[in-house]
Design a protein around this ligand. Sequence first.
Ligand code: FEO
Length: 172
Amino acid sequence: MIDKKMEKELNKQINEELFSAYLYFAMAADFESKNWQGMSNWMKIQAQEEMGHGLKLYNWINERGGKAVFEAIAKPGETWDSALDVFKAAYNHEQHITSCFYDLMRTAREVGDIATEIFLQWFITEQVEEEANASDIVEEIMKVQNSPNGMIMLDKELGSRALTAPIQTTGA
Ligand code: FEO
């Protein structure tokens, strides 16, 4: 049976991941309203990945004899001033998520939940990639933001992103 504190903290993380999906869907909608279809695509894929992360946590809590609990999801922003602002916000958000996983790891250690500690390692590795993806795009935009052609090319490139794995509905 999962430790109650661990269960509560993992449930909080489900909310963080679903908020992340909300945030990225909102960013996708803002891009779409400004006709940046490629960047919108990138954000929609990211939002789906976040739902997958939430489900991964849900499955783990369930597998360990706990229960996933769903709290209200906060309202994300609606509009951003520029593509650069959007991706900078995404990068900052991913840094926040990384710190959440470090806290979860500390809790797993504190309660002696070695299985959850090992489970969390996947997310810690994933966060390295999540941060790098967002910060790479920030850097790309900084290079091309004053060139309409450069921004169009980047939009096209981000439009090619596809969901790499289907959302897993069972197991951890
Ligand atoms: Fe699920 Fe982008 O962290």
